[in-house]
Design a protein around this ligand. Sequence first.
Ligand code: BES
Ligand code: ZN
Ligand code: ZN
Length: 497
Amino acid sequence: MQIQLETQPYSSIPADALVTYVFDGDSKIDGVVADLDKAMDGRLAALAAGGELTGKSLEMVLVHFPEGLDAKRLLLVGAGKAEKFNVGDLRKIAGSALRYLKSRGVKKIVFLARESQRGPDAAQAAVEGLVLADFESDKYRTEKRPNREIQSVHLAGFDSGLGADLKSAVENGRVIAESANFARDLINEPSNRLTPRILASKAEAMAKEVGLGIEILDERKISELKMGALIGVAQGSFEPPRVIVVRYTPEKAQSGGPVLGLVGKAVTFDTGGISIKPADNMEKMKYDMGGGATMLAVMRTLAYLKPSVPVIAVIPATENMPGGHAQKPGDVQVAMSGKTIEIINTDAEGRLILADGIFYARKLGATHLIDAATLTGAIQVALANVHVGAFGTPREYLDKFLDSTKAVGEKMWPMPIDDEYQEMIKSNIADIRNTGSGKGGGAITAAWFIKEFAEDVPWIHLDIAATCWVDEGRPWLAKGPTGVAIRSIVDFALKMS
Ligand code: BES
Ligand code: ZN
Ligand code: ZN
């Protein structure tokens, strides 16, 4: 899909569809919508008066062969109340319009900016929305739906006085969304086509393409480093584990400055191990590598956007299988840090591999940490599939991160991490146990387990178990992997510069 900024007036670009949006309120027909209405002899005003054009959020009004316009269709998308409108809404409007028109065989779209959203932020949001919406999950369907490809989107009506800024906003939007789609592609891959070794080789290909440093630790190196928590999880599988280490080094790195460490859970399939999961929905556990894919997508983006802070991603990758060598409930493992762990439930494997990932990132010099993981079913109970659960210490570090989530329009909610929860992961025979002993608080005890390895290093933990995948498509997004958290982490890294 081509996306280009247009400087010529929208009315002179021939297109299959001209798209813009309408606010809910008294002034539905104003600005460019009033111009369109005039060209169409007041038909839009008539639609509004008749109640067919309300401006309610994501309402679609499609007019065929609009008289007075060159475009074959005019699509007006409802934008909700003008007072509440933000760039997040614009992302959804652009995405929903694309999916709506794509399903109707449209090839060429002109997206027309509105009066108060003509700057770089709006352009970037629109591009992100378009590219994310164009992603489909039908890679393995041999009979694709015919005639469904958006060939080009022309962005018209943006403030051409801001030429260079607009151009880079469009580029940034494209890089961020294409990187998210890269992650979504990985997350969609079934586990027979995405083992830890295959994930590592795909990460390697991506890193080489965009100029990032990469090192893959194989099972020998992993055992030399004594990553006992990761090895414990991996030992139940025929497939050997890998640790993927990706580095972004800025051109002018200051010595002694902060180093951001990103750690992503990449369990390429989670059967639960000996504490095996029920069959229902188990096929979804191919997406248990979503945290790792998220961090790879962040690194891919940063390779283009070039923050001034060095960033290291550490992605422990393994299957969690109940093979003959599998670890068993009651076993004790020694993590790389030297801490001993009593395995209560082999299905709480994500925190185990993160323990070694976090410790290793610290060893490599990370002064600040963020981890992302499809960690607990409990986060779904707490926040449904609306907010990502965001944990972290110190609180100021988490608050800064939450500012980034707001800036990019991703919903994340701060979760408590009081000392009382630490009590719940004390073990009778080892330093800690891998599940909480109390009732409830499963997402919090899991976070505390990870904190045992981050210790006093500023650390953020994102539990994306309920948000990394959606079973129902949304108007602006295909069902399946969402690419959540990537934009927030990228924004945060850029602001650390
Ligand atoms: N991968 C799962 C968490 C998960 C659940 C991700 C649903 C996506 C959707 C994780 O490894 C797990 O099994 N967690 C257990 C922990 C429990 C045994 C303490 C859980 O949440 O049930
Ligand atoms: Zn599990
Ligand atoms: Zn898991």
